[in-house]
Design a protein around this ligand. Structure first.
Ligand SMILES: [Zn+2]
Length: 299
């Protein structure tokens, strides 16, 4: 597959912003978009283990279900602002890249007619053992639905991993009903973490790459795109979506804490916990949380 040289939003050639050794991050200042130039064959995602982080999800299942419930209540505030919603019932909901499907599992309990799409067969089997949910085993770029099939489409922690997010938004635009709803969550390109990573990279004239390499990944399933509210809204707008709200959030503190406790020991563990507490709450204080949510409606 060819490298991605041009901005997927405006089509102009992107400049090389960061040389990260064996890969490069290009960017478009007009669209506030940054992306990894080098690509891979998308099929490998089906078997790439790191991408799915199975252990992380299974160990934190209770926490993630609670997080999913909170997000569902948040979604419902946008979907049902008044008792007389213009959308049809029952609400059909497509969750692309559903992972362990915690979110649509909660949705089904509330009467949504849910469909999940997940590329990893092992995870699809785990979900089916857990509960009866309508899950399609497929890569996102290979799945298809009739026009105007869904009232709601969600893409949580997905768009930044794709080789071609534009293609996905284009397809979703066709599948969603007029006045239908789209919710997206991605890492925020303007987060405190990203700003520190860029600052540190520039300060060392690109010699110390470790933070930037943890913000952008070359490997399949890694973070390939950094969107901001501006870039994501601009992309959505090109496919007939109007952004109605944007929020910045952190994942639950305990999730990060569990990772640090698991990965480190001794003095390093204490140092990382102190750093985590400082960084986590400073991000919130500055309004530079690391996750961006966009809620949009099809016009
Ligand atoms: Zn652009």
């Amino acid at each position: 597959m060819r490298n991605i040289v041009n901005c997927i939003i405006c089509g102009k050639e992107g400049k090389v912003f960061f040389d990260l050794g064996d890969y490069h991050v290009r960017g478009c200042n007009d669209c506030q978009l940054q992306w990894v130039e080098e690509t891979f064959e998308e099929k490998v995602l089906e078997d790439f283990d790191y991408y799915w982080a199975k252990d992380f999800f299974l160990q934190n299942e209770e926490l993630l279900c609670t997080y999913a419930r909170t997000e569902l209540e948040n979604l419902k505030k946008f979907l049902f602002p008044t008792p007389h919603s213009p959308l049809s019932t029952p609400y059909s909901w497509l969750d692309l890249g559903c992972g362990f499907a915690y979110l649509i599992s909660e949705g089904q309990k509330d009467g949504f007619k849910v469909t999940g799409v997940e590329a990893n067969e092992g995870i699809v089997n785990l979900i089916k053992e857990r509960e009866p949910l309508n899950i399609i085993h497929s890569l996102i770029n290979e799945v298809n639905f009739p026009e105007h099939s869904f009232d709601l489409v969600t893409l949580y922690d997905v768009l930044e991993h794709l080789l071609d997010p534009r293609e996905t938004i284009s397809k979703v635009s066709g599948w969603i009903k007029p006045k239908g709803f789209l919710a997206i969550e991605v890492p925020d390109g303007n987060s405190l973490f990203r700003k520190i990573a860029i600052f540190q990279f520039r300060l060392t004239f690109g010699k110390w790459k470790v933070l930037m390499r943890s913000a952008f990944h070359k490997h399949p399933g890694g973070h390939r795109y950094a969107f901001t509210e501006f870039s994501l809204s601009k992309l959505l707008n090109q496919f007939g979506f109007e952004t109605i709200a944007a929020e910045k959030v952190m994942m639950p503190f305990k999730l990060h804490l569990n990772e640090v406790i698991k990965d480190y020991s001794g003095v390093r563990k204490i140092v990382y916990i102190v750093f985590l507490v400082f960084f986590y709450y400073l991000s919130q204080f500055l309004g530079m949380e690391h996750r961006l949510k966009i809620y949009a409606r099809k016009t």
